[in-house]
Structures are given as structure tokens and as C-alpha cells.
Design a protein around this ligand. Structure first.
Ligand SMILES: *Cc1c(COP(=O)(O)O)cnc(C)c1O
Length: 446
């Protein structure tokens, strides 16, 4: 082997990948370009050709402490050798018990029961099933519909899909196979702005007419994520809690994207000082090291389910409460508990405001939004994800735009220098954007 100028041997079989492996929201016959990643450490991804990229997405918002964190790795390694997996039917283990104690302690008082699922979409399925079974226990079987707002995103499985935005989601694609739910307009009042009169009155009208058939209202608190990275008023959210109380509707908060500090509060519902009846957690739960999600509910909901004809809650995935995933989550939550995230997220917010605000003057930028460790440039129309992706990679960063938004959600421990690299790249790409008809018609998700 020569010692000078050795290029790393290509180890990624791109050809096989393109021909045989699905990627999120893509075609198997017209594969989009992919970048081979061979390693990740801290906030950096290493590509197969040796280039490194600063990660602005935390791997879809999950990897909040960065990659290769020694504390999480150590906890997982220990667990791997002791008990990597065991079924949860008729068996229990300390990693699940420790995690459930932590989740109950860190969330609001009302939430006392924990269901450990294997992904965010499943946590949402579980939440919806809980709501339906609860009303069966109240002998109100007619309460079977779910109310939500437009622009929402709750996952890709069928029930989760039924409460995603009806246009941006996949309702038309799957027709009658998707349960028809109730949709109010998306909240229009931005975060921290005075509540617009219309916002609550529109959803109130639907509730007044339909509350006899509504089991639950589901919403992403404060931040609508994959539905457009929109931040809405905390007053709107507390208004929804009041409406749910007034009309006997369960409130499901989907904190899968916002939980664990992302918006500047440990949970986004804290901006509104409210409590959920059912809460969904995922993504950053394990610090992004392995898949795990949780659905928490109140004593009241658990009692209702016990009073239902089934008498038990009807869900139980094979990998429920996987010990290895619970160990990763326990370690990640230890890191959260030392509360450094608060100073880190607020420093990120300050720096994002300083560095991104000027982009509002760019011709194709319609809005600049910043909340906690989330920075968003909303463009005037949708862009070609694959092309922008290449431009970002050429600038040494991993930022993955979707539809008309270019956003970052970095790890909380990102350095100021790394963050400046991300915001500089965002501004550079947004400033140089040119719009062609072909780009407009070629939009990919994710
Ligand atoms: C990502 C996400 C989900 C789905 O989680 P998966 O783990 O991808 O199934 C659900 N709700 C929200 C708000 C999300 O951001």
C-alpha cells in the first residue's frame, strides 16, 4: 500500500443501492442521488470520498447531542452485552422502568402511564387507539373521529396519515383507505403575536357542530414540523385545551419533533402552560441513536380503556420497550437533565437571529423564522431538493430542504463556528436561487 495521497477505496455500491433499495419518498425506477456516509462524529458526517459535512439536520431532528457521544455509547455498549432484547409480554426490565420513571417525572403531572413503541408513527397510532378505546369505556362509542388542523404531520402509517395535512399528506393517493377525519384551518397567528380572532373561532365552529362524534384533537404543539416548519401562537394552543375541556374531547399532543428542548422549552406545550391527555414522544428520545418512541397518558384515559369492552389496551409490538433503545434513551435523558440544553438552545437561537435575519431581503425569501434551535428560510416557491442538496454538500454542510423551506435543526452542542458555517451556506444557497419551470414541477418530500 502506498502511503502518500491514497484515496479511500470506494466501499459504497451506489449502483446496487439505486436499483434495489428504497429511500424515503422516492421512486425505485427513477432513483434520486444519494451520498454514501461512512462515519459520523460530533456534528460531522464523513462521506465515502473523505469529505466531511457539518450536519444541520441532526438526522431528521433526532441526534440532539451529536454523533458518537461517549456517554450514550457507553450506556448502549453495557446494555448490549447484558440484555440487548427480550420480549415485553410477561417480562419486564430495569431500562424500561428507569425510562418510564424519567418520562413521568419530566412531563406534566397528569401523565402517569407509559407505552413504549418502536417509532413515532406507531406512538401516534397508539395515541389514537387509546382515545377511541377510552370513549368505548365511557359508553360513547359514537366518538370515533379525530379533529386536527391543516399543515400537520403525524407519520406515515394509515391512521397517522389520516391526520396529516390533506393536501401535503397522502390522502388523495390512497382514497377511501384513509379514514376521513375533521380538519380545521391551520393556525395563522405566528408565535408571540397577538391571537387573531379567526383562529380559534374557526375550530370552535367545527367542535360545536361535531363534538358528539369527536374522540380527540391531535396537534403538534407550537411547531408544525414536516408540514412546513410553522411556529404558531401559544395562546391558540391554550385555547384548544380550553375547547377540549368545554366539549369533552381528549387532547393528544404530538411532541415527536418538538420534545426535549428543541423549541426552547423542555416540551413545547410548556409555552402555553397546558397539559395533554395523551402525549407522543419520539425522534430525540434516544438522542437519535436508535429507534424508540413513547405514548404517555393520564390515569383517566387508562381507566377509560380498562372500562371498555376489551378491558385491555390492544397494542403490543414485537420490539416493545427494547432494552438497548431504552438504555440509549436513559443516557440521552441524563444529558438533558443536566440542563445545558437550555443555555445551548438559547445561544443557538440568538446566533440564528443575528445571522439569518438579513435573508428576508433576498428576492426569493418570503419569511425568516427562528424559534429555539430551529432556523427556517421560507422561499417563495418549492425547490428541487436534489439540486439544492448538491449545492449544500459542495459548501461542506448537510442541509436537506423540503418543499419551499430551507431549515436547520442542529445538535444542541454545535459550536458557534459550525453554526456560522450552516447559516452562511443557507444564505448563500437562498441568495443564488434561480427558479426554472422544471425545478418547480420536481419536488420531493423529506
Ligand atoms: C417524525 C414525526 C412523526 C413520525 O415519526 P417516525 O419515527 O418517522 O414514524 C410523527 N409526528 C411528528 C410530529 C414527527 O415530526
Amino acid at each position: 500500500m502506498s502511503t502518500k495521497n491514497t484515496q479511500p477505496t470506494p466501499t459504497i455500491d451506489y449502483d446496487f443501492d439505486a436499483k434495489h433499495i428504497w429511500h424515503p419518498y422516492t421512486s425505485m425506477t427513477h432513483a434520486l442521488p444519494t451520498f454514501g456516509v461512512v462515519a459520523a462524529q460530533d456534528r460531522q458526517l464523513t462521506l465515502e470520498d473523505g469529505r466531511t459535512l457539518i450536519d444541520g439536520t441532526s438526522s431528521w431532528w433526532a441526534c440532539v447531542h451529536g454523533y458518537g457521544h461517549p456517554y450514550i455509547l457507553q450506556a448502549m455498549e453495557k446494555q448490549l452485552h447484558q440484555l440487548s432484547h427480550v420480549m415485553f409480554g410477561g417480562i419486564t426490565h430495569s431500562p424500561a422502568i428507569e425510562l418510564s420513571k424519567k418520562l413521568i417525572n419530566m412531563t406534566s403531572d397528569r401523565l402517569t402511564k407509559v407505552f413504549l413503541a418502536d417509532s413515532g408513527s406507531i406512538a401516534v397510532e397508539v395515541a389514537l387507539k387509546m382515545a377511541l378505546q377510552y370513549w368505548q369505556g365511557q359508553e360513547q362509542d359514537q366518538k370515533q373521529q379525530i379533529l386536527t388542523v391543516k399543515n400537520g404531520y403525524h407519520g406515515d402509517t394509515f391512521a397517522a396519515m389520516s391526520v396529516c395535512d390533506p393536501q401535503g399528506g397522502m390522502h388523495t393517493m390512497f382514497g377511501d383507505s384513509v379514514t376521513k377525519q375533521l380538519f380545521a384551518p391551520a393556525p395563522q397567528t405566528p408565535f408571540n403575536a397577538p391571537l387573531m380572532d379567526n383562529d380559534l373561532s374557526l375550530i370552535r365552529q367545527i367542535i360545536e357542530q361535531k363534538h358528539h362524534t369527536i374522540a380527540a384533537l391531535i396537534i403538534e404543539p407550537i411547531m408544525q414540523g414536516a408540514g412546513g416548519m410553522r411556529f404558531y401562537s401559544a395562546e391558540y394552543l391554550s385555547g384548544l385545551r380550553a375547547l377540549c375541556d368545554e366539549f369533552n374531547i381528549l387532547l393528544i399532543l404530538d411532541e415527536i419533533a418538538t420534545g426535549f428542548g428543541r423549541t426552547g422549552k423542555l416540551f413545547a406545550y410548556e409555552h402555553a402552560n397546558i397539559e395533554a391527555d395523551i402525549l407522543c414522544l419520539g425522534k430525540a428520545l434516544t438522542g437519535g441513536y436508535v429507534s424508540l418512541a413513547a405514548t404517555l397518558c393520564s390515569d383517566k384515559v387508562a381507566q377509560g380503556i380498562s372500562d371498555s369492552p376489551a378491558g385491555v389496551f390492544m397494542h403490543g409490538p414485537t420490539f416493545m420497550a427494547n432494552p438497548l433503545a431504552c438504555a440509549a434513551a436513559n443516557a440521552s435523558l441524563d444529558l438533558i437533565a443536566n440542563n445545558q440544553w437550555q443555555t445551548q438552545v438559547s445561544a443557538i437561537e440568538t446566533q440564528l437571529k443575528l445571522e439569518l435575519s438579513e435573508a428576508i431581503h433576498y428576492p426569493h425569501v418570503r419569511d425568516v423564522r427562528i424559534l429555539g434551535a430551529v432556523g427556517v428560510l421560507e422561499m417563495d416557491s418549492s425547490r428541487n431538493t436534489a439540486q439544492l442538496q448538491q449545492e449544500f454538500v459542495d459548501l461542506g454542510v448537510w442541509i436537506r430542504p423540503f418543499a419551499n423551506v430551507i431549515y436547520i435543526m442542529p445538535a444542541y452542542n454545535i459550536t458557534p463556528v459550525e453554526l456560522t458555517q450552516l447559516t452562511t451556506a443557507m444564505k448563500q444557497v437562498a441568495a443564488n436561487i434561480k427558479l426554472s419551470a422544471s425545478e418547480q414541477s420536481f419536488i420531493s418530500h423529506g
